[in-house]
Design a protein around this ligand. Sequence first.
Ligand code: PBG
Length: 329
Amino acid sequence: MLFPDSRPRRLRQSDAIRRMVRETTLSVDDLILPLFVINGKGVKNPIDSMPGQYQLSIDNLVITSKKAYELGIPAIMLFGIPDKKDPLATTAYAKNGIVQKAASTLKEKVPDLLIITDVCLCQYMDHGHCGIVEGHTIDNDATLDLLAKTALSHARAGADMVAPSDMMDGRVAEIRNTLDENDYTHTPIMSYAVKYCSSFYGPFRDAADSAPKFGDRRTYQMDPANVLEAVREATMDVEEGADIIMVKPALPYLDIVCRIREEIDLPVAAYNVSGEYAMIKAADKMGWLDGQRVMMETLTAIKRAGADLILTYFAIDAAQALRNNNEER
Ligand code: PBG
């Protein structure tokens, strides 16, 4: 039907009617809050390139996690910042490592908040790469054992879910086997299956002190130009035993989120990464756009593209906005 018989504006006339025909609804249940944990007490170091985000010692991590939980956010994603780094990332799988200590304290203090741990080695390696380095290359197969050890130590400490973000081939199967052999058959794996080699991770690397000391991550993270490869990566991880498939970054890769949602019958998560957060915060500070509205538009767009779950540094702000919105009605 054409105009004037059809008038799409009829369904846009009021808030009530817009709500009735709305196709995508963002919910607090969709949100996962990434948090950075560091050794010490009373530490709350602001991250310059991520206004509103901090490196937190465990006591402050508990406070922020409680706040997230009370707002209804179901899960956090934990990133550790260790005191020591070495060529075998030993602090990544140490029993008293920073993530292990944080996970066990959180399980005690905020037991119903789901704890997902990022499983990677880059923060723990003195060279900043996500795997064992031989000369100037990354040894894929030698790295798998360390990743599995790290995932297992997180589960032992109380992590409810593990999320490998290293992009080594075969790591999901290795982690699944190790968890199963040690009776963690119920610990799900959220795989950073489709992780691009993106410049949008810049602020995160400041926050986690994880920038590579030489070269870049192009031999393991994906080429931003590829989409078929995303389908292959996701399919492989499903076969290896992943429970949730993640696409990362989110906003510049919404076509990929959409494609993966169509191809894969597991829940799909999208990571609204540090650079996406920083851009909105910076433009808001300059007065160039309304950060609060752009945040909600962005998160809704990521959901509309097909993400069931969204990892976002905006989780607390968005949960508050969703709550205020409901209260206003
Ligand atoms: C660790 C890891 C990174 C991010 C999540 N896990 C950095 C990287 O791969 O260099 C990025 C998250 C963000 O930018 O918000 N490998």
